[in-house]
Design a protein around this ligand. Structure first.
Ligand SMILES: Nc1c(NC[C@H](O)[C@H](O)[C@H](O)CO)[nH]c(=O)[nH]c1=O
Ligand SMILES: CC(=O)[C@@H](O)COP(=O)(O)O
Length: 232
């Protein structure tokens, strides 16, 4: 007898930055699946749709068919976004292009507030430019005082290759800071061709990237705190 193999998917809702302050979404945003689907394996093709304000993450959960890997016994670990209360964050902000970076910082602070992070659990450290972010983030990470370090900057292309030098330094600096310190260091540095692109990303038509980066900081803090803490 021919059997139809099914693949099960669950759909979780992840709010994007412009909806971060919506209490309704905060309730929804529990990482629990709100919809499960069974799709015949022969026709199952993963596709992602993105409506405004929602990103739908489709995760394969399990399948009862012979040639498909069983995943029900696999433990999945993820950071939670329910509340970040009790976690400590440092924000390293570049003063260069501060018309932009102040707005990124504002977006980040609003996100932390809406996820119940207390003001006294946030330290903001200013540095001259994005080039200087890495060394400071690494030092803060090594202090073990923070669950996550959010790095904020804005590099805007000029006439020379200076742009590439600063972008490369900022990118590898933030990455190295995380790897060397063992504390998640989040990349909230804009790399834009024009000032207009930058304004679009600090509350304009492309949302506020500082707010989005803060969400990543919260998720990574939770992941490390609850699942990846080294044994003492
Ligand atoms: N041009 C930009 C800079 N340049 C400054 C460097 O980051 C650095 O402070 C200087 O070279 C001294 O080491 N910084 C930005 O953040 N954004 C820029 O567009
Ligand atoms: C990061 C840059 O490209 C910029 O601030 C430097 O400008 P320029 O290349 O015109 O010196």
């Amino acid at each position: 007898m021919a059997t139809t193999a099914f693949v099960e998917f669950s759909v979780v809702v992840r709010p994007q930055s412009n909806f971060v302050n919506t209490p309704y979404l905060q309730q929804l945003h529990s990482h629990r699946p709100f919809l499960s689907l069974s799709i015949p394996k022969s026709t199952a093709a993963l596709s992602f749709t993105q409506s405004q304000g929602f990103g739908c993450a489709i995760e394969r959960q399990q399948c009862d068919c012979g040639d498909f890997v069983q995943t029900s016994a696999v433990r999945e670990l993820a950071g939670s976004l329910i509340s970040a209360q009790g976690h400590r964050f440092a924000i390293v902000v570049a003063r260069f292009n501060d018309l932009i970076t102040k707005k990124l910082l504002e977006g980040a602070l609003n996100t932390f507030k809406s996820y119940s992070v207390r003001e006294e659990d946030i330290d903001v450290v200013w540095v001259p430019g994005s080039f200087e972010i890495g060394v400071v983030a690494q030092q803060l990470g090594k202090s073990r005082k923070y669950q996550s370090i959010l790095c904020i900057g804005a590099v805007i292309r000029g006439d020379t290759s200076h742009y590439d030098a600063v972008v490369n330094a900022a990118t590898s600096g933030v990455l190295s800071a995380g790897l060397n310190s063992g504390t998640p260091c989040i990349f909230g540095v804009l790399t834009c061709d024009t000032l207009e692109q930058a304004f679009d990303r600090v509350g304009g038509k492309a949302g506020n990237k500082g707010a989005e980066a803060a969400l990543t900081a919260i998720e990574m803090a939770s992941l490390f705190e609850h699942h990846l803490k080294p044994l003492q």
